[in-house]
Write a protein that binds this ligand. Structure first.
Ligand SMILES: C[S@@+](CC[C@H](N)C(=O)[O-])C[C@H]1O[C@@H](n2cnc3c(N)ncnc32)[C@H](O)[C@@H]1O
Length: 441
C-alpha cells in the first residue's frame, strides 16, 4: 500500500525508548491505562512503554545467557498493532544480537501492519541489523505456521484464547511473554470471569495482583504441560492496568509431569495447622506456631483439600518463584539506560531538549525500578505489604520497606524492596523474625 493511502499518515512523530515511530494520534492526548482502538487509526498504548522496554532487556539477557540457542532467533510480536515492540527489539538490541533476529509482526488489522512497516522503512534499526516481516492473519491460526524462539502475546483483555497455539509454536526451548489486561478478573474483582476463564478464585486483598500473576502463570504452566512442556518464570510484573508474565518454556515430558508440584493455594490468616502444612511442604520457613504470632499468609500445596466456600483461599496458583534470579539481575538501571535511552543531540529529528531526553530517561528507569534488587529474593515465600503488616500487628504507622529490608539483612536473612505496586518487601525470613524487625523499629 502506498503511504499516501494510509489513513492518518504521517501522523505524529514519536519516540519510545530509543526508537522512532509515527502514531496516528499524539500519545500525550491519551490517558494512562488501557487505550482503545478508537483512540487512533492504529492502536498504541503509551502506558505499556515500560513493558516494551523490559521486553528488549529480557530478550538481550536470554540471548546472552544462551537460553534460546545460538542461531537465528525467530521472534513473533503476535498482536503487534503499531509494531513498536518488534521494532524496539531490532533497534535497541546491540547489533550482534539484532543480527540474529528474524522478527515478525503479526496482526489481523492490515492498516496496523502497513503503518508499522512504513515506520520501519522510515526509521530502520540504527545499526541496520536484523530482519522485520509482517504477517496478516488471526494469531490463533497463523502462530502455528512457523516455529519460534520468542512469542509475545499482548491482547485486548485475556490472553487465554492465544495460549494453546502459542505454546505449540515454540521451539524446544522458547520464551513466551504474555500480557493480560483483564486484571479485574485475575485479581478477583470479577469473580465469575476469573472462575470461568482461569478456573480460579482470588481473595481481593493487598496481594491480589501477586495472586493474579500466579493464577496467570498456573494457567500457562497447565497449558504447557498439556503439550509436554514445562515453564520457568523469568519475570512477572504488575504495571498499572496490566499483568504480564514471561517464561522459558522447555519441551520434555519429565518437567511437564511435575507441573502440580509448583501449583497450590494461598491462604490468608492461616491457622497453625495450615502454617505447619506449609512448612512441611517446603513452602514456608520454620516459624513458631503460637496462635498469637501466625503469619498473614502462607502457601499450601495443591494436594491439600480446601473448602471452596472459604474466602481466605486464592488459587489454584503458581507457588514457585515469579522470576529468574539471573534474568532479573540483568535488568539494571545502567543497562536500561545504555540500551534503551537517547542522548541529547542538537541534530535530533524530534528536536528534543535536554529536559525531554531526561524525561524519557526517567520513564526508562521507572520501567526496571527494583527489578534487579529483587532478583536475589524472588524465590522467597513472603511478599509483605508494610501497611498490612502494621495493621496485622496493631503497631501504628507502617515501617518503610527499606528499613525492614535493612533490619532483616542485618539479621542474616535475604530481603529486598519489591517492585510490587504497593509498598512491600520480599524476604525468606521466618515470620517471627519479620515481627521482631517490625517491632524493633
Ligand atoms: C492490545 S493491541 C497490541 C498492542 C501492542 N502489542 C503494543 O505493544 O502496543 C492488540 C492488537 O491485536 C490485534 N488482534 C486482535 N485479535 C487478533 C487476532 N485474533 N489475531 C491477530 N491480531 C489480533 C488488534 O488488531 C490489535 O492491533
Amino acid at each position: 500500500m502506498d503511504a499516501n493511502d494510509l489513513e492518518g499518515w504521517p501522523g505524529v512523530l514519536h519516540r519510545e525508548g530509543r526508537t522512532l515511530c509515527r502514531l496516528s494520534r499524539d500519545p500525550s492526548e491519551l490517558g494512562a491505562g488501557p487505550a482503545t482502538k478508537a483512540q487512533g487509526a492504529v492502536f498504541h498504548n503509551p502506558a505499556v512503554a515500560g513493558s516494551r522496554t523490559r521486553s528488549v532487556l529480557l530478550l538481550q539477557h536470554c540471548i546472552e545467557a544462551g537460553l534460546i540457542g545460538q542461531g537465528t532467533i525467530y521472534a513473533l510480536d503476535g498482536l503487534s498493532a503499531s509494531g513498536l515492540r518488534a521494532r524496539r527489539w531490532l533497534n535497541e538490541l546491540p547489533s550482534e544480537s539484532a543480527s540474529r533476529i528474524s522478527a515478525t509482526m503479526g496482526d489481523m488489522d492490515p492498516a496496523a501492519l502497513d503503518w508499522a512497516m512504513r515506520c520501519h522503512d522510515e526509521f530502520p534499526p540504527e545499526h541496520g541489523k536484523g530482519v522485520l516481516l509482517a504477517h496478516l492473519g488471526d494469531l490463533r491460526k497463523s502462530v502455528l505456521e512457523h516455529g519460534r524462539h520468542w512469542v509475545d502475546i499482548d491482547p485486548y483483555g485475556s490472553p487465554l484464547p492465544f495460549l494453546d497455539t502459542a505454546v505449540q509454536s515454540l521451539a524446544r526451548r522458547g520464551v513466551l511473554e504474555v500480557s493480560a489486561t483483564d486484571s479485574a478478573a485475575l485479581t478477583g474483582s470479577s469473580k465469575n470471569a476469573l472462575l470461568r476463564r482461569y478456573g480460579a478464585r482470588v481473595k481481593t486483598d493487598g496481594l491480589a495482583h501477586d495472586s493474579g500473576l500466579r493464577v496467570l502463570l498456573a494457567n500457562l504452566a497447565r497449558t504447557a504441560a498439556r503439550h509436554d512442556r514445562s515453564v520457568t518464570p523469568l519475570l512477572s510484573v504488575w504495571d498499572s492496568h496490566h499483568l504480564r508474565v514471561s517464561a522459558l518454556v522447555t519441551r520434555g515430558v519429565g518437567g511437564a509431569n511435575q507441573v502440580e508440584e509448583s501449583l497450590g493455594w494461598r491462604v490468608a490468616s492461616p491457622s497453625a495447622q495450615e502454617v505447619s502444612t506449609s512448612i512441611s511442604a517446603g513452602l514456608h520457613p520454620e516459624t513458631s506456631l503460637d496462635s498469637e504470632s501466625l503469619p498473614m499468609h502462607c502457601f499450601l500445596p495443591l494436594s491439600v483439600p480446601i473448602d471452596r466456600a472459604d474466602k481466605r483461599f486464592s488459587g489454584p496458583l503458581w507457588t514457585g518463584p515469579l522470576g529468574d534470579t539471573e534474568a532479573m539481575a540483568s535488568m539494571t538501571e545502567e543497562r536500561a539506560i545504555e540500551m534503551c535511552s537517547t542522548e541529547f543531540e542538537d541534530a535530533d529529528v524530534m528536536k528534543w531538549s535536554e529536559h525531554e531526553c531526561e524525561k524519557e530517561k526517567r520513564i526508562v528507569l521507572r520501567s526496571v525500578r527494583h527489578i534487579s534488587d529483587e532478583a536475589g529474593v524472588i524465590d522467597a515465600p513472603h511478599l509483605i505489604l508494610v501497611d498490612d503488616l502494621a495493621s496485622w500487628l496493631g503497631s501504628g504507622s507502617p515501617v518503610s520497606p527499606s528499613v525492614m529490608v535493612e533490619t532483616l539483612r542485618e539479621e542474616g536473612y535475604r530481603a529486598a524492596v519489591s517492585r510490587y505496586g504497593k509498598p512491600a518487601f520480599r524476604t525468606d525470613a521466618p515470620w517471627d523474625a519479620v515481627v521482631s524487625a517490625a517491632n524493633d523499629r
